[in-house]
Design a binder for this molecule. Structure first.
Ligand SMILES: O=C(O)CCC(=O)C(=O)O
Ligand SMILES: [Fe+2]
Length: 198
């Protein structure tokens, strides 16, 4: 499939995955442990964790990271190995970027999975500059949400149902643009692919 451009630096496609694929992927991601909640977390295991920021628990989502680079708290590090299941999805993400955006795209190497329940959210932010120009996000599960890209004088909103894919790059990728996730209607897995900054 191909993505269609919906704004300067923003691409989208609905129904990239079949319902069967959505169910299989959501089941797999649902089986990934959330064990980090009650013990010290290590870098060598792919599992969901509740993040802490300035001593407070980040609300609205859990996060699991793998591949390289991932954020280690003070700088970029290499995360846990990418599970085979997510490697297959990475190849799919690479094909989408090469066919619709950049034929020279080198291949995604960093994967984050965010687990949102109904009412979950991701606060407005700009993705860290340790990552390369394109960020691609897939949605699985039963819940949809909105992703909102905003700067001082413009805003773009995309509804992200399960099985859809979006990708953003410059200018939306960089400050002063921020993006946030709002309006999660049920359990959603957001799988986000990135490269290392050149
Ligand atoms: O849930 C999503 O699709 C977006 C997550 C996001 O903005 C991020 O991981 O930086
Ligand atoms: Fe982000």
């Amino acid at each position: 499939m191909t993505m269609r451009q919906v704004a300067d630096g923003l691409w989208f496609c609905l129904d990239e995955f079949s319902s069967r694929e959505n169910n299989r992927i959501a089941n797999y991601l649902g089986s990934v442990s959330g064990a980090g909640l009650d013990r010290q977390l290590d870098q060598d295991e792919f599992h969901f964790r509740q993040l802490m920021e300035d001593g407070t628990a980040v609300k609205g989502r859990l996060e699991a990271a793998c591949g390289t680079p991932v954020w280690g708290g003070e700088g970029q590090v290499t995360g846990p190995a990418v599970p085979a299941y997510l490697q297959t999805l990475t190849e799919r993400a690479d094909l989408l970027v090469r066919s619709s955006i950049d034929t020279l795209h080198a291949g995604f190497s960093s994967i984050y999975v965010d687990l949102y329940e109904e009412g979950g959210s991701f606060v407005p932010h700009t993705d860290r500059p340790i990552y390369g120009p394109y960020v691609l996000g897939m949605s699985f599960g039963v819940g949809s949400c909105e992703i909102v890209f905003s700067s001082a004088d413009s805003e773009y909103r995309l509804t992200l149902p399960p099985r859809s894919v979006y990708c953003f790059g410059p200018p939306l990728r960089n400050e002063p643009w921020v993006h946030e996730v709002v309006g999660v209607t049920g359990r959603r897995f957001g799988v986000t692919f990135r490269t290392e900054a050149p």
